[in-house]
Write a protein of this length. Structure first.
Length: 422
């Protein structure tokens, strides 16, 4: 092996990895005109081959020139790619090894100037590299000692960072975002707080501060918290939706009302539920594959959450109308049952009431209703006075006296027209 400076070998490893990764973008059918591998075969021969025509110094110098040219060509290709295309590769071929991700980060860390798309790529790569999935769970955790590990990645390419006040301010602000994320308990709160959009806008304004180890480590932590938040909300909504759908399928939401009177609302609710289920599944896919709060994540999640919110509103509206239908039909059934109720009265008592109704130019049903309503008033008064037991005791003698007075009243007809009204 050529005894060349270690930095040259590392540069070869970095550019080889970047070139291979860009080639994967081409292989999955994305940007086939621009994303392609750079031929580094000559560099490999110079560094690892046995060419006796050139001295070690000459081979090392030629390799360095070729690597500089290759880096410039990769810059040109890189400028045409965005973080979304990186995700497509991850979805198609899986996440690269931790070492490959580290080399990709070193490529971007060593660029003399970094654009806004570069920020999103570093954001994505650092989160993939600096987090891991909890076994038997879709939840993520940030790697331990992440800030120190990021410093080591920088140190390997000869870059050191000194503490700065702006760095501390950024970390404090990101910590506030982290606290907000942990306090969210529903999709509506996500929309109202605009947490995803605000975080995206804040990171876009950080500039070069974002790439400092302490800030980037905190960003990974915040990205992980965002991922876990949406995963938790997804799990809750999916469980609630599936429970509701099972209840609807079993007819439990009908509440005793005939299926014909409720079938239209049930079909509508089921359609809405299926629509929400599809949206929740789409959200699951976004959560699993995005991980980083960049423009694509903001746009896609905002659209899905808004559609879920709209569908839920329609579902709730349909359910409320159905409940109102149930309440109205239940009330009609109750009134019908009450109207059909037969009160146990004797022949003499019924006859007396019918005669009284005639004398008052009323129907017997109207008189019975007045008697019942007055009885309810007396019943309520007895309950308030704590004399309910006395009220419900049979009073045969009192009934006889009342009937006697009533019969005398009817037979004598000695009342004024005003006294006859009820």
């Amino acid at each position: 092996m050529l005894d060349c400076a270690g930095r040259v070998y590392l540069e070869y490893e970095i550019l080889s990895t970047v070139s291979e990764f860009f080639g994967k973008i081409r292989n999955v059918g994305l940007s086939s005109d621009s994303a392609s591998e750079i031929d580094l075969g000559r560099v490999n021969d110079l560094l690892y081959g046995e060419e006796e025509e050139l001295s070690q110094t000459e081979r090392c110098s030629e390799a360095l020139v070729l690597l500089n040219e290759a880096r410039l060509r990769l810059y040109s290709i890189d400028a045409q790619l965005d973080a979304g295309r990186f995700r497509k590769v991850f979805e198609s071929t899986g996440t690269p090894s931790a070492y490959s991700l580290e080399l990709l980060l070193q490529y971007y860390f060593s660029k003399p100037e970094r654009s806004s798309p570069d920020r999103d790529k570093i954001d994505l790569l650092a989160t993939r590299w600096g987090s891991y999935e909890v076994p038997s769970s879709k939840m993520l955790r940030p790697a331990k000692g992440l800030e120190s590990r990021i410093r080591d990645v920088y140190a390997a390419i000869g870059i050191e960072h000194s503490p700065s006040l702006d760095e501390e301010t950024a970390v404090d602000t990101l910590e506030q975002f982290y606290g907000e994320i942990l306090a969210i308990d529903g999709f509506r709160q996500v929309m109202e707080n605009r947490i995803v959009n605000r975080l995206r806008e804040y990171k876009a304004g950080l500039g070069e501060i974002l790439f400092r180890p302490k800030v980037l480590a905190k960003i990974v932590e915040v990205n992980v918290a965002i991922h876990n938040l949406f995963q938790q909300l997804y799990d809750v909504e999916q469980a609630r939706l599936h429970f509701y759908m099972e209840q609807a399928k079993e007819g439990k939401v009908i509440g005793g009302i005939s299926e014909n009177s409720f079938s239209g609302s049930l079909v509508e609710m089921m359609a809405r539920a299926v629509q929400i289920d599809d949206l929740v599944e789409r959200l699951k896919w976004v959560i699993a594959n995005q991980q980083v709060v960049d423009k694509q994540f903001v746009d896609e999640v905002s659209l899905i959450v808004q559609r879920i919110s709209n569908s839920l509103s329609l579902l709730i509206s349909t359910l409320q109308r159905s409940i109102q239908t149930i309440d109205e039909q239940t009330e009609r059934q109750r009134l019908l049952a009450f109207e059909k109720a037969a009160f146990p009265v004797s022949v003499n008592e019924r006859q007396a009431v019918e005669d009284l109704a005639i004398s008052l130019s009323k129907t017997s049903q109207e008189v019975f209703r007045v008697l019942f309503e007055r009885g309810l008033v007396e019943l309520a008064g007895s309950i308030s006075a704590g004399k309910l037991n006395n009220f419900v005791k049979p009073n045969e003698e009192g009934v006889k006296q009342a009937l006697s007075v009533l019969l005398n009243f009817i037979s004598e007809g000695q009342t004024s027209s005003g006294e006859r009204s009820i």
